[in-house]
Design a protein around this ligand. Structure first.
Ligand SMILES: [Fe+2]
Length: 453
């Protein structure tokens, strides 16, 4: 592969050049595809400009592997161009979402069966790892890692006792681990793991980790010199379930955003943390006001990396008549943590139908939501009749850039903590602010049924 030509001691810059070469090949390929293979001199110029222009967004290796296209990602996750050379903590995108769960073996089957993900790699006792089983699943550019304790002394079991099934690591792909860690340290972040190399027959991965809210961490991963299925120590693994005939290749293409719940009064601290330590920017939909229903309330702000592939809304509870959904999360997760993960799909109707068929439960949306004339007027024209959305309980929100369709699952574990969102963007780069009230009323009905309101 390309990276070998620079040897083991290649510098971040050399690795960047290798990546740039790959981008160039891919961009030429994309243009070929888009324009029927007749490459003109103008195409060539566009392609070369895009490689030398640090402002221009590129596809990641994971996105290329998943056959995604730049124009598709601009729509799916709101990917934008930005000047990477001015970024003190350049982040390419999400590397993986790592879950510590009570039973990873069964969870791996669930995510294959219900969410249509592909099992691609595995580590555990059979590969020399004594205390855990780790399953790596993919859907488009999204990578989930499910880990469970395989021996009584596994630290995963302690974590599970405290938190239940949850996200332990929002791992980020970065081009230069050392540069990020140096910046994070200078800004006062807690470095959980100093930069280190791990090597096997597929190459070398450089990693480090910094602490985020609660017991959540951000592992920083540079896998530009690695060609194995996930990390050194992992073996390639094929699907353990058979996809039914006629089902699509995948139900979702990418991770859109990962939401963190933090304690009362801590939201601004973490917004400032992502600004200062990781160079993240505040997104336009930066809602500092209470989002309230009659009973519960929260505050929410959104930070994103330069290219907007990584978006982290941060919630804190606000004072209200009854217990906020964020308070319920904090109580049952036993502290701050990742509340929901939004999965970007280009066909939310098909995705909802399939997930329902597969046993995934969604929050019901009241009929009044669709009948509200104010909402109908605000939504305007969307790609499908409102009745199709209503039949599935899909919510709509519109802003000056366009609209989005979204829906939320019920919590997927035993505790009322982690859940999923499906999101189909059509220009809007928001998070469904206009739906918060309707959504929270639906969540409150569920809270009430659990006796937690
Ligand atoms: Fe969301």
């Amino acid at each position: 592969m390309l990276s070998g030509q620079y040897g083991e001691q290649d510098s971040p810059i050399a690795r960047h050049l290798v990546q740039a070469n790959r981008y160039q090949l891919r961009i030429l390929y994309d243009i070929d595809q888009a324009r029927g293979n007749g490459r003109s001199g103008e195409d060539q110029e566009v392609a070369e400009m895009s490689v030398t222009d640090p402002m221009r967004a590129h596809l990641t290796e994971d996105e290329r592997t998943a056959d995604l296209r730049l124009d598709q990602l601009r729509q799916l996750v709101g990917l934008v161009d930005y000047d990477v050379s001015r970024d003190p903590f350049p982040v390419t995108g999400m590397d993986a979402i790592v879950f510590w769960v009570g039973n990873a073996t069964q969870a791996a089957a669930y995510y294959q069966l219900a969410f249509g993900m592909d099992l691609v790699a595995y580590a555990g006792p059979e590969t020399g790892v004594r205390d855990r089983r780790s399953y790596v699943l993919r859907s488009g550019s999204a990578r989930f890692v499910l880990e469970g304790g395989a021996s009584p002394d596994s630290p995963i079991l302690d974590h599970h006792r405290r938190h239940g099934d949850g996200v332990v690591d929002l791992a980020l792909e970065v081009p230069d681990v050392d540069r990020c860690v140096a910046h994070a340290r200078a800004q006062g972040a807690t470095i959980l793991e100093e930069p280190y190399d791990e090597t096997d027959e597929h190459g070398t991965v450089r990693r480090a980790a910094i602490a985020a809210y609660g017991d959540t961490r951000h592992t920083l991963v540079d896998r530009s010199r690695y060609h194995g299925p996930y990390l050194p120590g992992f073996a390639e693994r094929a699907a353990t379930v058979t996809r039914p005939a006629g089902h699509p290749k995948r139900i979702f293409q990418a991770v859109d955003h990962c939401v963190g719940n933090v304690e009362l009064g801590r939201m601004d601290y973490w917004v400032e943390f992502y600004n200062r330590v990781m160079g993240f920017v505040n997104l336009a939909e930066f809602v500092g006001d209470d989002i309230a229903t009659e009973y519960s309330a929260l505050m929410s702000k959104v930070v994103a990396n330069g290219n907007h592939r990584v978006k982290f809304p941060l919630n804190e509870p606000a004072i209200a008549k009854k217990k906020s959904q964020i308070d319920e999360y904090l109580e049952f997760y036993n502290g701050p943590g990742c509340q929901h993960i939004a999965l970007a799909t280009s066909d939310i109707l098909g995705a909802v139908d399939l997930l329902r068929e597969n046993g995934v439960e969604f929050l019901p949306t009241p009929a009044s939501y669709y009948e509200d004339p104010e909402l109908r007027a605000r939504i305007g024209k969307v790609r499908v009749p409102i009745e199709e959305l209503q039949r599935r309980g899909i919510l709509v929100d519109r802003d000056e850039d366009g609209y989005l369709l979204q829906i939320f699952t019920k919590p997927i574990g035993d505790r009322p903590t982690v859940f999923y969102e499906l999101i189909e963007r059509h220009g809007s780069l928001g998070f469904g602010k206009g739906n918060f009230k309707a959504l929270f009323e639906a969540i409150e009905r569920e809270q009430e049924r659990r006796g937690n309101l």
